[in-house]
Design a protein around this ligand. Structure first.
Ligand code: AGP
Length: 616
């Protein structure tokens, strides 16, 4: 996700900004920029690519000034261009802003600004130069600026829906920075030279351990000698300095031991980013504009093919179930490395979704080209904005999971599933899906983040179970229906992080051969949550149990009967059957993570694997 570093004090700001940007590189980015205020003149320099590119652009310039802001951008709205890089400006270059987060209603705000130009300050020609939501924020603040920068920010933010962590500066206020937080962290540090503001403690730790964390809905007015915090009603809020004893590595992971664990715990937040602004409660449907198809064109689709690899293919399987159940459209999942060499029967009524976190997986790119060559409608469901798959498909949807740094994919999988469920809902409501059912799906989606948070609280309990099974060299994951892809994902997570051999089977398939594998040395992890296949799954577990096999069960809260069938039971909150993977996968991610740590594996960088397989 994007990174922010800002400084106001008695020292030169530029070296602090550049060093801070480098400390933020771990967050993943595609462009960067700085703005400095020196003798009433605000200078901005931005560059696409790495910090070195930005440094090269800066080196010939005499950028002095003791107040500045800087940003690394992970593209969400708008492509990877210098125009889209932060800081963004308004008031004829006198106001600068850097921002993390997603402004949900930025289109409405932009239209309102453009339709209300006469109410803007004379020096505020609202000529949007970028595709970003942040630039809209800059002009909105400018509209409300009447000499008090903090009040202008507070007033502007009262019109905003979405998430932000932002810092604003103005040429007429030489040592003031205004910071505001809603859903995207901001930390303020203090040392003898002045104050630092950053999106996490990493870039600040080089100067101080004395920090304060802004809370949601708070605005801070920061000068070289003071920090005053207010709520959005301009009421003063008392804040206290804290002492953090993280080193820089820990700060990068926001205190988590590994990126994989941080990203597992990111899921409630990024899941909300995936669905934010993409459903319509009143209509009981989803609204994913990026698909670039009219309603009638969507109605004419008579087949859906998902192409993906690895974890993305497991997410795709959830999409298959969802499209069949909600939209009544035949759907199939093709592993991209197979699809590209087959002779798929495709026509112009076939919709092919390419699903990819990186957007750079070679097999998936090749499959996209093959599908296009055969005349399919091809769309992307991708995390990395501006990636090859995003560019080569004729539309689609970004999953807004933020940079996923651990090789083992977790939050991206969850957000892929979220977007696939939204698409299935959208297609379904254009066909036979009733308003009542559509509304039930939307209501269930809106409850998922809280249920994810509850499930994450099981981490320590799951760690104990992993400890108990850390001596085994084999494990079988069993699931049925919507939970078979969950079993596949849990098996992949375990094998790719802990190197334990694991397999995944549909519960009903075991008696056709794989049952011969099971023994007291070959434990089973069964997913037996309450849904239409519960009784069937229960029978499968009984078959397994009868062979003296150790069993871990994932069961629905309140199902005490599960204790009779298992050595260990992990209880998860109940949700609508189609949405179960959003909850049920989390304990499996945690199980794999803890097992890998217990076995001393390189959790974030498992052997033999790359984060993005850009070669065949
Ligand atoms: C999953 O944990 C792995 N990292 C791997 O299976 C991954 O999902 C696969 O390589 C596809 O990557 P993509 O989503 O970037 O295309």
């Amino acid at each position: 996700m994007c990174g922010i570093i800002a400084y106001t004090g008695i020292g030169p700001a530029l070296p602090i900004l550049i060093r801070g940007l480098r400390r933020l590189e771990y967050r993943g980015y595609d462009s960067a920029g700085v703005a400095l205020l020196d003798n009433g003149l605000l200078t901005r320099i931005r560059a696409v690519g790495k910090i070195d590119v930005l440094s090269e652009k800066i080196k010939d310039q005499e950028l002095l000034g003791t107040t500045g802001i800087a940003h690394t951008r992970w593209a969400t709205h708008g492509g990877v261009t210098e125009e889209n890089a932060h800081p963004h400006t308004a008031l004829g270059g006198k106001l600068m802003i850097v921002h993390n987060g997603i402004i949900e209603n930025y289109r409405e705000l932009k239209e309102s600004l453009l339709s209300d130009v006469q109410s803007l300050p004379p020096e505020e020609p609202v000529d949007f130069k970028s595709q970003t939501d942040t630039e809209v924020l800059a002009h909105l603040i400018a509209k409300h600026y009447q000499g008090d920068l903090r009040r202008a920010v507070e007033t502007a933010l009262s019109h905003v829906r979405g998430t932000y962590g932002l810092v604003v500066m103005h040429a007429d206020h030489p040592d003031i920075l205004v910071a505001a937080r809603m859903g995207s962290p901001l930390v303020i540090g203090m040392d003898s030279t002045g104050h630092y503001i950053a999106s996490d403690a990493t870039p600040i730790l080089a100067y101080t351990n004395k920090v304060m964390f802004l809370d949601d809905g708070e605005v801070a007015e920061v000068t070289s000698t003071s920090v005053k915090t207010y709520n959005l009603h301009d009421e003063y809020v008392e804040k206290h300095l804290e002492h953090i004893d993280w080193d820089e590595k820990q700060a990068e992971r926001q205190g988590f031991s590994h990126f994989m664990l941080k990203e597992i715990f990111d899921q409630p937040t990024v899941f909300q980013d995936a669905i934010r602004g993409r459903y319509n409660i009143a209509e009981g449907t989803a609204q994913l504009g990026g698909i670039n198809l009219t309603d009638n064109q969507m109605r004419e689709i008579n087949r859906v093919i998902f192409i993906a690899c690895g974890t993305a293919s497991h997410a795709a399987m959830i999409g298959k179930y969802a499209f069949e159940r909600l939209a009544g459209i035949p759907a199939e999942v093709e592993v991209a490395s197979e699809f590209r060499y087959r002779d798929p029967v495709i026509d112009t009524h076939t919709l092919v979704f390419a699903i990819s976190q990186s957007g750079e997986t070679a097999d998936t790119i090749a499959a996209v080209r093959e599908a296009k060559r055969r005349g399919a409608v091809v769309r992307g469901i991708v995390n990395a904005v501006g990636s090859t798959i995003a560019r080569e498909t004729d539309g689609g949807t970004y999953i807004h999971a933020g940079p996923e740094l651990a090789v083992a994919s977790t939050k991206a999988y969850t957000n892929m599933v979220a977007v696939l469920l939204l698409y299935a809902l959208q297609f379904g409501r254009l066909r036979r899906l009733s308003l009542a059912t559509g509304t039930r799906v939307v209501d269930a989606l809106r409850e998922v983040a809280e249920k994810m948070k509850q499930t994450l609280q099981l981490s320590e309990e799951i760690k104990k179970i992993a400890q108990k099974y850390s001596g085994y060299r084999d494990m079988m994951f069993l699931g049925r229906g919507i939970n078979f892809p969950v079993a596949l994902e849990g098996s992949l997570k375990l094998k790719e992080t802990s190197y334990i051999h694991s397999e995944a089977y549909p519960g009903g398939e075991m008696k056709h051969g794989a049952l011969a594998l099971l023994s007291p040395d070959f434990p089973v992890f069964g997913i037996m949550t309450k849904n239409q296949l519960y009784e069937k799954m229960r029978s499968n577990i009984e078959e397994v149990r009868a062979r003296g096999v150790n069993v871990i069960l994932l069961a629905t809260e309140g199902d005490s009967s599960a204790q009779e069938l298992a050595d260990d039971v992990i209880y998860v909150p109940e949700t609508m059957e189609l949405l179960e993977p959003l909850i049920n996968t989390i304990p499996l991610q945690l199980f794999a993570y803890h097992m890998a740590v217990i076995l001393g594996r390189d959790v974030d960088r498992p052997r033999n694997l790359a984060k993005s397989v850009t070669v065949e």
